[in-house]
Design a protein around this ligand. Sequence first.
Ligand SMILES: [Fe+2]
Length: 289
Amino acid sequence: MIEIQHFFDKATFTLTYVVWDPNTLDAVIFDPVLDYDPASSSLTLESFKKLDEFLKSKPFKVHYILETHAHADHISSSQVIKKFYPKSTLAINERIREVQATFSTLFDLHDFSTDGKQFDLLLKDGDVIQAGSLKLKVVFTPGHTPACTSFIVEDAVFTGDTLFMPDYGVGRCDFPQGSADELYTSVMNRLYTLPEKTRVFTGHDYQPNGRVMKFQSTIEEQKASNIHINSQTNREEFVKFRTERDKTLNAPKLLLPSIQLNINAGHLPKAHSNGKSYLAIPISFKEAF
Ligand SMILES: [Fe+2]
């Protein structure tokens, strides 16, 4: 039976998980966070240090760093982890190439390759990842982004931003190539068809109405009470609701830095001749005058 340790980043409401086999200590990491202060544009290692401290508490064998998608709200610490755990493989959905193509154009990134080669491994739908004695099944769940993946390990599924806790619903679908219709299919046909007792581990918890942080539910609970998509939800109604709701949402605070680094597998942009890396920040008026 697998064991799971969560880490919660209060600044971005992100959940990182370490999953391991207690018999062999074969382990994988989901969605690790690198702390970023936008005012000073500086990266710090608080979240990495917490993870690292835990990973040093036992002789874990870290096989994979798995990204559920290219996050738009926090920066991945995957390259920092790879420095200290060089045997780990960084993997993401092969459709990351579509996300790279979209955003490299938007940010006007020159010489940015959009073939996904920045990552160690591009995953295909239905792939089985063997991480020592751990076996993970790759299930594409597009909708929040085109490159969203859920991972099934034994009786647990890691859903990233496809499913949140039942009282918070599902991820927004207004990022480029996001699709409420696709998200509905992913949830209904790919997640809600899993055994009812499957444990669901979400990628964020926004603590609605000030409740305590929660990150674990079951497929049965989601089908019964997810406020956006439960087993009774009609596709057209959901798509209408999601599309209208998304129009009212602000861009995530760390959208611009997060996306630029995360489509580059967590690498900083190539340094300029002065040795410093820079982010591109597009600017435009929202209204004509
Ligand atoms: Fe996300």
